[in-house]
Design a binder for this molecule. Sequence first.
Ligand code: GDP
Ligand code: MN
Length: 348
Amino acid sequence: VNPQTLTKPHADKVQKVEYPENDGTREKAAFVTLARNSDLWDLVPSIRHVEDRFNRRFHYDWVFLNDEPFDKEFKRVTSSLVSGKTKYGVISKEHWSVPDWIDEEKAALARDKMVAEGVIYGESVPYRHMCRFESGFFFHHDLLKEYEYYWRVEPEIRLFCDIHYDVFRFMKINKKKYGFILSLSEYESTIPTLWKTTKEFMKEHPKNVHSNNLMNFISDDNGETYNMCHFWSNFEIGSLDFWRSEAYQAYFDYLDKTGGFFYERWGDAPVHSIAAALFLDKTELHFFDGIGYYHPDFYSCPVEENIRTQNQCTCNPSDDNTWYDYFFCTRKYFDAQKLSLPPVVNKV
Ligand code: GDP
Ligand code: MN
C-alpha cells in the first residue's frame, strides 16, 4: 500500500500531518522492551502483533533490556520472531539500585503506608527501579546510543490495525518528538509531591520551559495544580534525543535528588508526560490514530469505520476508551491543542 493513497483519520487531518513515502529511506530507530526472563510468554504475542501489523514491512531492530542477563530461551524465542536485528542488554547497577542519598528506613515506611492505603505496586521496590529507569536512564543505555527514535513495547499488548507507513519516518518528516495513543489519569497517591517539585524546578530553570508548551493538558489552572493527565507510557514512539537533552536531564536529576521515586512511587508516565508537555513545542507532540492498541486494562480502537476497514482492524469500537470523558484525557489533549474532535465522538 502506498501511504499517499491512505485515507487519513480525522485526527491526522486536523493535526495536519503527512505520511512518509515508502521509498526505502530508514531512520535510526528501534523497538525497546524492558523485560524479565519470566515475561517471555507474555511478550511473545506482543512482538508477533507488532511484527504482523508493522515491522514485517520495515524490519527495524529490537533492543531488549533487563536488570539480569537474558537467558538462552528468551533470546532464542524473541530473535526468531523479530524481522530486524535483536540486541540484548543488561542494565548497569547504577541505573537499577537505590541511590546513596535515599534513607532506606524512610523509604520502607513509605512503602508500608502505601500498602495500607491499597496503592497498586505500593510495596514493590523493583517496580520503583523500573519507573526510575524508564524515566531517567533507558535512553542512555549503550545499545540505544546509535538510535534517534524508539518505540516502547511491553508484554501483553496488542495492535489491532495495519500500519502502512513508517512511523519513525513519520516522526522525522513531521518534526515530532513524542507520540502516544491513550492518555488517562494518574492515581494521586503515587505522586503526592511530584507537582510541587516540578514547580520548584520551573522556578529555578525558567528557560527550560518552552514558550509554546502544552501546560493546558496537564493543568486546569495555568500550572497551579496538576490535573493527573498523562500519556500512557507503555506505548511511546519518541525521540531519544529529547530525553537526552539538557532540559530533560536537568529535570530528571532534580526529581531524582528529592527521592520521590522511592519515598513515593513516581511513575515514568507522569514524569515523561509533564516533561513533554512543558519542555517541547506543543506541535512536537502527536496523538496516533488508526492503530488500535490494548494494554491491560484499556483499549484504543479507531472510532471511524472507514479507517477500521482500510487498516483491517480487528478491534471492537465499543471497547474504545480514548474518548471517555471520565478518567481518560484525550479530549483534554484535543482541547489543549485546539483540535476539533472526530465528528463521531463529538455527539457523545
Ligand atoms: P504496568 O504496565 O505498570 O502494570 O507494569 P509492568 O509490569 O508491565 O512493567 C512495565 C515494564 O517494565 C514491562 O515491560 C515489564 O516487563 C518491565 N518490568 C517491570 N518490572 C521489571 C523488573 O523487575 N525487571 C525487569 N527487567 N523488567 C521489569
Ligand atoms: Mn505493562
